[in-house]
Design a protein. Structure first.
Length: 139
């Protein structure tokens, strides 16, 4: 099963691998390939889990510099004056979820990915770190 694991970037380093391992166990998903955004936080620890468990990783990176055909309102300049595509991460996430069979969302750090996963018909498991109220996100 091709699976993405996402969540907060500021996850506690001392317990991250344990949290991810528990989330995978609770999901019941048999992960055969990890689909990763190559970002920090949960994504990094999920790649560590994959490495320890001999699960191949497919990395998806945002193409910030590709502005060809991008509407002007989605192009900005960074602090060095270089133009970039403000929608690059969203496009990457959409492409990645289109290739996933499942997604594990840890806490509330990945609800935009939960929304994308549901739109692609991907099976979703949400693993809460604490019992908190889900936020209503507008997309």
């Amino acid at each position: 099963m091709k699976c993405n694991i996402s969540g907060p970037r500021d996850i506690d380093n001392d317990t991250a691998l344990e949290i991810i391992t528990q989330a995978i166990k609770d999901s019941g998903f048999k992960i055969t390939k990890l689909m990763s955004t190559c970002e920090s936080g949960v994504d990094t620890w999920a790649r560590n889990w994959a490495s320890e468990n001999d699960v191949p990783v497919v990395g998806f990176q945002a193409d910030w510099s590709n502005i060809k055909g991008v509407p002007k309102e989605n192009i900005k300049k960074n602090s060095w004056g270089k133009k970039y595509n403000t929608q690059a991460a969203k496009l990457r996430d959409d492409m990645m979820m289109g290739e996933c069979d499942a997604a594990i969302i840890i806490d509330d750090g990945g609800y935009s990915k939960k929304y994308l996963a549901e739109q692609h018909g991907v099976e979703v498991h949400v693993h809460k770190l604490v019992d908190n109220t889900e936020y209503e996100y507008q997309f």
